[in-house]
Design a binder for this molecule. Sequence first.
Ligand SMILES: *Cc1c(COP(=O)(O)O)cnc(C)c1O
Length: 393
Amino acid sequence: MTEKLTWIEEELAALKESGLFINLRVIDSPPGAWMTVDGKKVLNLCTNNYLGLAGDERLIKAAQDALAHYGAGPTAVRSIAGTLSVHRELERKVAAFKNVEDALYVQSGFLANQAAIPPLVGKEDVIFSDRLNHASIIDGARLSRAKIIVYEHCDPVDLEVKIKEHLSNYRRGLVVTDGVFSMDGDVAPLDQIYEVAEKYGVMTMVDDAHGEGVLGHGGRGIVDHFGLHGKFDVEIGTFSKAFGVVGGVIAGKKVIVDYLRQKARPFLFSNAVTAADSAACLAAVEVLSASTELVDRLWKNTETFKGEMKALGFNVGNSVTPITPVMLGDVKLAKEFSRKLFAEDVFAMALGFPTVPKGLARIRVMVSAMLSEDDLRFGLDKFAKIGRELGVI
Ligand SMILES: *Cc1c(COP(=O)(O)O)cnc(C)c1O
């Protein structure tokens, strides 16, 4: 071992010391209501498989057919020889589903932010960014080299103050916000953000990763939820959560999507998504376009779970979505709670700093449409038992 790398060993030791070291759990099944984690069958309150689509026969069949038809990988970037007919069909169908003019399919939601932000703003411009925006928005914003001005979380009044103070010093502005905030499950006041941005001629972008397949009519997302069709300039999305597959989408006004096809670097310089994944995404959009049944069940389960947790005396924060933070405060307590749940066959993750602010550690429960009444009861009983054991309720 050379001297020059000992600092890394020290960093790793420090992470372990502070309880922040990430241990990877290993999965050996689809992310169903029950899944195999580290060799053990547990109730899944942890994945983003909101609607159960990841294990859906229709998606699996679509992926198998596409694999046989197109082969394993495109072996080219989209702009050279990697645009498959299934990519185009997916882009048309997801645009129709979300009621936007056009859409661009990219490799992930994370990359969608890196693809979309730098072409729209540069060194002479300013980005107004919610304090709790997702890491991929922050990185996309940094990559653009625009000035980043942070406004207070979900606060359109502060947004206006910041726009008034800063916009005139720059060529143009972009306001960007998560739609649903993934750690708290609260929702950005998109209508008010839109009004403020419009008043000052600032471009608008929302990252709807946890809203698609969840909010709006039949899961059409946050813009549908607020009735803002045709108003937001750019909607970022992911196929890796409620849609159950992988990939990101940049949807919105045609002029922007046309422009990003020319300029977005992950689109120009990184290989296209495989046909199998793309076809599974397409099947997911078709399932959701045809029926609201799964989304309706997701919300019914959410009401049951949250209502019962509150009745038990847990603090479930300000969530208005299926994301249910069980607030515990201390990170060691949250980890202990999660460990005990796992020992009782319930899989729910503890989140601490830096994923959430210090002192606001929690267990995050992801409610899904997959859970039966018995499953919900099982999970609630275990939360009650351990909550009492640890003196939380
Ligand atoms: C999960 C998430 C992403 C990342 O999406 P991937 O498709 O997993 O890369 C981006 N933005 C937000 C707001 C997210 O919650």
